[in-house]
Design a protein around this ligand. Structure first.
Ligand SMILES: Nc1nc2c(ncn2[C@@H]2O[C@H](COP(=O)(O)OP(=O)(O)OP(=O)(O)O)[C@@H](O)[C@H]2O)c(=O)[nH]1
Ligand SMILES: [Mg+2]
Length: 419
């Protein structure tokens, strides 16, 4: 009989409690457990070593490694997942001592990304990041991945198996780079079109699992995938939504941020993450019921800074306020222009949030009604190129527009206001 199901991995999670670190090692491992579950593995144990830093040769100290070896055989684990970046040498040395599969947070995240990527761009980015990862971690050995069989670290985007033949990796990387350039070009054209249309862009950003897609669903009924898994969303989705005020906005749901996301991964997914860079305003969604929400907020701001978005207007949205754990007073957020408590799932606080968002957007744009005489054709082009049009009509006395005008447009058009 053939068993086509992959054998479930049984993993021990391993972390280091650094002396000078503001990240809490236990909560990092809890999150790693969520990631492992999302990737389909079972956590059979956890181990944290207090150390000044990572051991250069084998991540943990020698004594702790022996302890881990006993723990592996005791729990029948099929592999370990370390919470930090590992070098090829560290992996090799640990493999030799522990005689088990060595994985880490990055490999796990890539594996989850691989199973979640839907768009062409998402798939290309994931495969590229995976191949680069395996190339740098298999340097000089070349057999480690093929020896692993199935499971975490061997899955490519979609149903595909990750290519592990080193001779082909370099070719495939250059092929994917070319594809990615093409996709980025297309994305750029779409962005330019949006900017030209002058419809304000509102990005939903925040820590993974905060409820961004749920809010997007509440706002649009767009049917964006929302589930209790880390990295449910890997591809960005943009929807045009008309608010009760009559104005239209583009809402963009983005990939979640996470702590310890290595810089090279942020770089690899830049095209996807960068959507926030083109937004007029960021709605920063926080899971207010999470005990380490303050840590999440800090990581989101660090990532936004990495992406060059430190000046973007932000409204911080405390979500999941329907949960009892969210009841303690919300943390202060001096970076945000405003804050709002909501429940995306139970549709609480949504209209207040939208009002605040519109107020801020309109803070730099004024809503006016104008009628342009038919002999002033050049102004029509100016309006189309520079203003956000809410309504337009041909009236006997001229072209009628209801528009959001910035200060320049307001000054140029104020003689035609017909309120
Ligand atoms: N109780 C409660 N649960 C919520 C609320 N909003 C979202 N959730 C749940 O939180 C989980 C994560 O929601 P998502 O909308 O997928 O979160 P996300 O921020 O898009 O996550 P990623 O795409 O993984 O970054 C789901 O199980 C939602 O049902 C809320 O207001 N209250
Ligand atoms: Mg999502």
């Amino acid at each position: 009989m053939y068993n086509t199901e992959e054998e479930q991995e049984r993993v021990i999670l391993v972390g280091i409690d650094f002396d000078k670190n503001d990240l809490n090692a236990e909560s990092c491992l809890d999150e790693l457990e969520e990631l492992a579950k999302t990737a389909g593995a079972v956590c059979v144990g956890k181990m944290i070593q207090k150390r000044e830093g990572i051991h250069r040769a084998h991540y943990l100290g020698k004594g702790k490694l022996e302890e881990l070896k006993a723990y592996i055989s005791e729990t029948n684990a099929t592999g370990i997942i370390c919470d930090d970046e590992l070098t090829a040498t560290q992996i090799r040395n640990m493999e030799k001592i522990l005689n088990t599969k060595i994985m880490n947070r990055t490999l796990l995240i890539l594996d989850i990304f691989a199973s979640r990527a839907n768009s062409a761009e998402g798939k290309v980015q994931v495969e590229l990041a995976q191949l680069k990862y395996s190339l740098s971690h298999l340097a000089g050995q070349g057999k480690s991945l093929s020896r692993l069989g199935g499971g975490i670290g061997t899955r490519g985007p979609g149903e595909k198996k990750l290519e592990t033949d080193r001779r082909n990796i370099a070719d495939r990387i250059s092929e994917l780079n070319k594809e990615l350039k093409e996709i980025e070009k297309r994305r750029q054209i779409i962005r330019e079109k949006r900017i030209k249309n002058k419809i304000p862009i509102i990005a939903l950003a925040g820590y993974t699992n905060a409820g961004k897609s749920t809010l997007m669903n509440t706002l649009t009924n767009a049917g964006v995938l929302a589930e209790d898994k880390l990295f449910a969303t890997l591809d960005t989705t943009t929807r045009k939504i008309k608010l009760p005020s009559g104005a239209e906005y583009l809402f963009t749901d983005t990939v979640g941020f996470i702590q310890k996301l290595p810089h090279h991964l942020i770089k690899a997914f830049r095209a996807t993450l960068e959507e926030v860079k083109y937004a007029d305003i960021i709605l920063h969604i926080v899971d207010a019921s999470n005990p380490i929400r303050e840590q999440h907020i800090k990581i989101v701001y660090e990532t936004l800074k990495d992406l060059g978005c430190e000046e973007k207007p932000v409204i911080t949205v405390f979500n999941k306020t329907d949960k009892a754990e969210a009841e303690t007073p919300f943390p202060k957020d001096p970076r945000a222009l405003s804050t709002q408590a909501i429940s995306a799932k139970y549709e609480k606080g949504i209209s207040e949030l939208l009002e605040k968002t519109e107020e801020i957007i309109k803070g730099f744009k004024k809503l006016i009604q104008i009628t342009i005489p038919y002999n002033k054709g050049s102004l029509i082009n100016f309006i189309h190129g520079n203003c956000e049009i809410v309504e337009s009509d041909n009236k006997p006395e001229g072209f009628f527009f209801k528009i959001y005008a910035n200060s320049e447009a307001f000054n140029r058009l104020k003689d035609y206001i017909t309120d």
